[in-house]
Design a protein around this ligand. Structure first.
Ligand SMILES: Nc1ncnc2c1ncn2[C@@H]1O[C@H](COP(=O)(O)OP(=O)(O)OP(=O)(O)O)[C@@H](O)[C@H]1O
Ligand SMILES: [Mg+2]
Length: 323
């Protein structure tokens, strides 16, 4: 992994999560087709079945189609109505679903490209996500590491990284983690006066020997212990939850532990291995029928795996020795 996020603008990103009215969970992971939408929609349904009020939001940049995972037609109202100013809140553009307690905000359904959102529009959108009236909000993110995707990920209280056991997916997950971590650091740099160091660290060929976030933190601390401590405090809320999807073997399951170790050892990023989901043909078969898996196979082991993850996420401050 050599390239950190390349950021064109010097505008500060959206602010990190704060003690808002609701809890935001975001599902990212870098690679396309690894099950982010399946995971976010199934988690949302599980949470609603546990009696929690939830809003699921489709923030996929290019191809908003999460409604299909919920087994519903594309709603008339969408994020486009909010961005264009036709609606003032996301609650106004959310739709009821067949699941009690679960509302849905459909993605962009017109020519407006979310990837082109201006900083102000993004801030307004993040503010509106935090103002959604349900206590839980789940974001389905698109593939890739564009600034907007990273900023939505960073705005979440619970940051979920999905990966499958394939090497390409794991590589992309590391890239996504590194990119979002550097993006978070960039928020801190202006505040702490360590801009030059962060910029240097983002240059993969930097002469300081900084190759990862842990190196950067060490370097800043050496140069300026007070700034190092502040930087550490600012990034200490960067905690990730790893989900391994489509596992087939015990060795696949173990990969989750390896990803966790790499993140901690080489990136200095705190994370836990939230859980794994079996590969099961029933998943794509249910999708073809446009029926959520949980409706088609309510007692399957996969549903049990999701319920466990949801329970663990509901208790974010507990020590998790999940697997
Ligand atoms: N555990 C699983 N077992 C079998 N098939 C799965 C599993 N998880 C996801 N799939 C299938 O993989 C395909 C991709 O899933 P999904 O659309 O959720 O991925 P995604 O990461 O959201 O993709 P994109 O980045 O394009 O939005 C779907 O056909 C889905 O049914
Ligand atoms: Mg998707």
């Amino acid at each position: 992994m050599s390239k950190a996020v390349v950021s064109g603008s010097t505008e500060p990103c959206v602010p990190p999560p704060s003690a808002g009215v609701n809890r935001i969970w975001a599902v990212g992971g870098g690679k396309g087709g690894i099950g982010k939408s399946f995971i976010s929609s199934t988690l949302a349904i599980c949470l609603s079945r546990m009696g929690k009020n939830v809003t699921l939001v489709d923030l996929d940049l290019g191809s908003a189609n999460l409604h299909t995972c919920l087994g519903m037609k594309e709603p008339k109202l969408s994020l486009s109505d909010f961005i264009s100013g036709r609606a003032n809140t996301l609650d106004e553009v959310s739709s009821a679903t067949e699941f009690q307690n679960l509302r849905f905000v459909s993605g962009f359904n017109d020519a407006l490209n979310i990837a082109d959102l201006a900083t102000e529009q993004k801030r307004r959108l993040v503010g509106a996500l935090r103002a959604i009236e349900t206590p839980y909000v789940i974001l389905d993110l698109g593939a890739g590491t564009t600034e907007n995707t990273l900023d939505f990920f960073l705005a979440a209280d619970e940051k979920l990284i999905a990966a499958t056991p394939e090497p390409t997916s794991i590589e992309n997950a590391y890239r996504f983690i590194k990119s979002s971590y550097y993006r978070r650091l960039r928020d801190a740099e202006t505040e702490l006066g360590v801009r030059e160091l962060v910029e240097d660290a983002m240059d993969s060929r930097n002469k300081l020997g900084i190759r990862n976030p842990a190196d950067l933190l060490r370097h800043v601390t050496q140069k300026n212990p007070a700034a190092g401590e502040s930087l550490h405090r600012l990034i200490s809320d960067f905690h990730l939850h790893i989900i391994l999807n489509q596992v087939r073997t015990r060795a696949d399951v173990e990969l989750g532990h390896s990803i966790k170790s790499v993140c901690q050892k080489y990136f200095g990023v705190e994370c836990d291995y939230l859980g794994y989901i079996d590969h099961d043909n029933a998943v794509w078969q249910a999708l073809r029928k446009r029926r959520p898996l949980i409706v088609e196979h309510p007692y399957s082991s996969i549903v049990g795996q999701f319920l466990n993850m949801a329970k663990n996420l509901l208790n974010p401050h507990s020590v998790r020795a999940v697997i």
